[in-house]
Design a protein around this ligand. Structure first.
Ligand SMILES: C[S@@+](CC[C@H](N)C(=O)[O-])C[C@H]1O[C@@H](n2cnc3c(N)ncnc32)[C@H](O)[C@@H]1O
Length: 213
């Protein structure tokens, strides 16, 4: 098994000094584990979820776009920081996860702010009006570059794009498979892009924050 990027005790310490997930979301994460087994690792979780929520809050965001919803944990974390008339559009293609997420949104005090778009995210993005204050990219890694290029024109002037898993468990240092190579190519593309300013945070599996230059 690969070495963890950050010592487990340090990850635990960070989690113990980050606001806990609300009870409903803790239940939902546990339920995701029971229903989806190993796919639970796709959930961004408490620390990244709270970071996303804090960014949405700090931006005073009203419109959020999520690419890759899975069971809806990150969507609910971000929606909680939106005003009551705020809107989060989230995309996914996985019917079982979509059904699960919709059930969770129906129980959530913030579920009414969330709109689920089923189908490939690149198709959905073509239908959206620009003006998103925050975009969270967390779907299939092979399309990261395409998602970035589709998200930029949709971004509000002071908006932020956050991209998850950009360290890919450290595999970016020695990419041996298609997903690793796609993430390396994506990170290099953003780094060389004069249109944007970016910072790679080494939180969890790596979170890249991008804004217009
Ligand atoms: C890492 S999970 C998302 C986790 C979620 N953001 C969270 O933190 O709880 C990635 C999701 O992207 C979805 N996905 C994969 N390919 C997609 C595509 N072409 N369009 C939309 N969603 C896609 C998968 O079905 C999966 O549910």
């Amino acid at each position: 098994m690969a070495e963890p990027m950050v010592r487990e005790e340090i990850e635990d310490y960070a989690a113990r000094h980050t606001t806990p997930l609300p009870e409903l979301l803790q239940e939902q994460v546990a339920e995701t584990g029971r229903e989806f087994g190993g796919l639970i690792s796709m959930v961004s979780g408490q620390v990244v979820g709270t970071l996303l929520q804090t960014l949405v809050y700090a931006l005073g965001a009203k419109r959020v776009l999520e690419i890759g919803m899975f069971t809806g944990v990150s969507a609910q974390m971000m929606a909680a920081a939106l005003p009551d008339d705020g809107r989060l559009i989230t995309c996914d293609v996985y019917p079982k996860a979509i059904e699960f997420a919709k059930r969770s949104f129906a129980r959530s005090p913030h579920g009414h702010k969330i709109e689920v778009r089923e189908g490939p995210a690149l198709d959905t993005m073509k239908t959206l009006e620009p003006g998103f204050d925050f975009v969270f990219i967390d779907a299939d890694k092979g399309n990261y570059l395409n998602y970035y290029e589709a998200a930029l024109p949709l971004l509000a002037p002071r908006g932020i794009i956050a991209v998850d898993n950009v360290l890919w468990s450290g595999n970016v240092l020695d990419p041996k498979d298609d997903d690793s190579r796609a993430i390396v190519a994506f990170n290099a593309h953003v780094q060389a892009d004069p249109r944007t300013v970016n910072v790679l945070l080494t939180v969890r599996d790596g979170l890249l924050l991008i804004r217009r230059a």
